[in-house]
Every structure is written in C-alpha cells, then in structure tokens.
Design a protein around this ligand. Structure first.
Ligand SMILES: Cc1cc2nc3c(=O)[nH]c(=O)nc-3n(C[C@H](O)[C@H](O)[C@H](O)COP(=O)(O)OP(=O)(O)OC[C@H]3O[C@@H](n4cnc5c(N)ncnc54)[C@H](O)[C@@H]3O)c2cc1C
Ligand code: SF4
Length: 286
C-alpha cells in the first residue's frame, strides 16, 4: 500500500486526447478514460484487441473513471498484499510471502520468484503488450520512451518495484504503432464469472495470415504472469507455419513451457494453453 505525503490531481493536465501520429499510429493521453479509449472509432476499427480487452475489465462505472496511466500502474489483487495485517514482500520488503504456502489459486505461474508470485491484474496491458505499445514518461531528467515489454518488472528479489518508473516520473501518453493491415485480432478472457472479475487466464492475439501460413504473430497472456506476458516463444512457433489448430496448440505449449505452478493454481497451466489455442482459432475464423 502507498502512504503518500502529498497527492497531486493531474486531471486538469491536457493529457486526455486520442490522436493519430505522423507515422499512422495512435497517441493515447495518460488521462484518457478506459471507456473513451475502448469506444473510440479508430481503436474499434484498427486496434480491436485493445477495445475488447478494456471492455472485458472491471465494470462500466469503473471504466468510465479509470485512466490509461492508472490501468498501467494498477497493483496486484493478491489478498495478502491488500491485507495489512499480513506480511507481504511487495508491500513491506523483507517480511515474506505468505502466498507461496497459502492461498495462491489466482496467482501467477510465469515470471514468479521465491519472493513474490503475484499476478499482474490488467486486461488493457495484455492487449498493449501484443500491440507493441510504447509508454512515454516525463521526469526530472527529461522525457523518455519505454517499450511496453520493458515497462513492467519481474518481481525477482525486489517485488515492491513493479515498473521502471522513478520518483517524479509522470506518464504523459502511450503510443501504438501503425496498425498491421489485414491482421486478425482477438482478446479472450477466462474467469470465475462472466463479468466484473479478473482473469484466471487471458490471451491477446494479433496475427497475419497469407495463404495458409502465419506471416506475423504477436501474442500476450494475462492472468498467469507477474507482468503482462508477451510470449515470443509462441510467436516463433507460429510464424511460417500453417494456421492450424495443431500449430496453435504447439504455440500454447511453448508459451507455458516455463510455467511454475503453486499448490492451488496448477489448473492455470492447461487453462492458459486452451485460452490461447481458442483465441487463435477464434481470431482466424474472424
Ligand atoms: C473492483 C475492481 C475491479 C477491477 N477489475 C479490473 C479488471 O477486470 N481488469 C482490469 O484491467 N482492471 C480492473 N480494475 C482496474 C481499473 O480498471 C483501474 O485501471 C484501476 O483501478 C486503476 O484506477 P485508475 O485508472 O483510476 O488509476 P489511479 O488509482 O488514479 O492510479 C493508479 C496509480 O497510478 C498512478 N498514476 C496515475 N496516473 C499516472 C500518471 N499519468 N503518471 C504516473 N503515475 C500515475 C497513481 O498515482 C496511482 O499510484 C478493477 C478495479 C477495481 C477497483
Ligand atoms: S505474492 Fe507478492 S503480493 Fe502476494 S503475498 Fe507474496 S509478496 Fe505479497
């Protein structure tokens, strides 16, 4: 939990615009509301996976208030992190991780460490990982652009550090590259109930097919990783191969090859494989 000495309201900064960029991509301001982003005509048409992912998250009321930057920085739903009566390395470094021997059904199987196994809870970020977004930051030392895959950190032995942001940094906007013409996109989210629930496993796929073969694939998984989980292993299995169910399953096997299940969440490994396989099939069917 954070106990800041001072809170700044950034709502009146002019960071609430969605604009096309000179290279044909999209610039999304940090305070753009999740609902506005999901329903934006360009996003629905060219970045459908992002629209679908946002609309799969939270509730209408929350999406109407939640911002792009806030969603990027939302913290884990691990119950011990939220219970200040419990130890937690993420909340209080060095106190331990009770989830490893305790309740871990919803927690991560990829990117974990002996110090933390918390899942990144975002849906929006999974789509942004597959779309190869860039996070733009302004800080005391100037501005910088951070490729999406480098923005969130693995827990390692510093689980309290979740991103590369430094004190004083402000996220100003996120950019998406120009859309890939003809790409098929899909976000599939599997959860305990059909709405208002975090993912047990999810998959964002952006795939291009020429003839029978996959020519380009960008894949990210949610609900299973300690950060939004881009799977270049799965992408490598697919590219150059026919777009068949058997190859989609092989890609899913590759994506989960390094999974380390805990006492209660072993089911996530197969669930995530089926989620990705099914997402690829649904994307291709169109
Ligand atoms: C009950 C519930 C269910 C939810 N379900 C889902 C779900 O299924 N899927 C999903 O993806 N999300 C879900 N969410 C998350 C929700 O969509 C919001 O993204 C999340 O709550 C963050 O809120 P916010 O955007 O208002 O950010 P805030 O709470 O305003 O900010 C979050 C953090 O980011 C910092 N911050 C904000 N803007 C900036 C900036 N420009 N630069 C630097 N730092 C900044 C803030 O200081 C704060 O530390 C859920 C949330 C709740 C409460
Ligand atoms: S998994 Fe991470 S957030 Fe959860 S108790 Fe362990 S250290 Fe804390």
């Amino acid at each position: 939990m954070s106990t800041p000495g001072r809170l700044l309201d950034i709502n009146r900064l002019a960071l609430d615009k969605i604009e096309t960029t000179a290279d044909g991509g999209l610039k999304i301001g940090a305070t753009v509301r999740n609902s506005d982003l999901a329903h934006h005509a360009t996003v629905r048409r060219d970045y459908a996976v992002l629209s679908q992912a946002i609309l799969a998250g939270a509730s209408t009321q929350l999406r109407n208030m939640a911002t792009t930057a806030g969603n990027l920085l939302q913290r884990t739903r691990c119950a011990y992190f939220r219970d200040t009566a419990m130890p937690c390395n993420k909340r209080e470094p060095g106190t331990g991780c009770p989830a490893i021997t305790g309740s871990n059904r919803t927690l991560a199987v990829l990117g974990t460490s002996e110090h933390c196994i918390a899942t990144n809870p975002s849906d929006m970020c999974i789509a942004m990982a597959a779309l190869e977004a860039t996070v733009h930051v302004q800080g005391p030392k100037g501005s910088r652009a951070i490729p999406f895959g480098e923005f969130h950190l693995l827990p390692g032995n510093t689980p309290h550090r979740e991103t590369v942001l430094e004190p004083g940094d402000l996220i100003t906007h996120v950019t998406l590259p120009a859309p890939i013409k003809g790409s098929k996109q899909l976000y599939l989210k599997l959860r305990d109930r059909a709405s208002y629930e975090f993912a047990l496993a999810s998959a964002a796929v952006v795939i291009s097919i020429t003839g029978q073969n996959v020519t380009r694939a960008r894949i990210a998984l949610g609900g299973v990783g300690t950060k939004p989980w881009r799977s270049q292993e799965a992408e490598a299995v697919l590219v150059g191969q026919p777009a068949t169910g058997a190859n989609f399953r092989r890609a899913a096997e590759a994506a989960l090859r390094d999974a380390k299940p805990q006492s209660e969440n072993g089911f996530k490994v197969e669930l995530a494989k089926r989620c990705l396989t099914h997402a690829l099939q649904m994307a291709v069917i169109g």
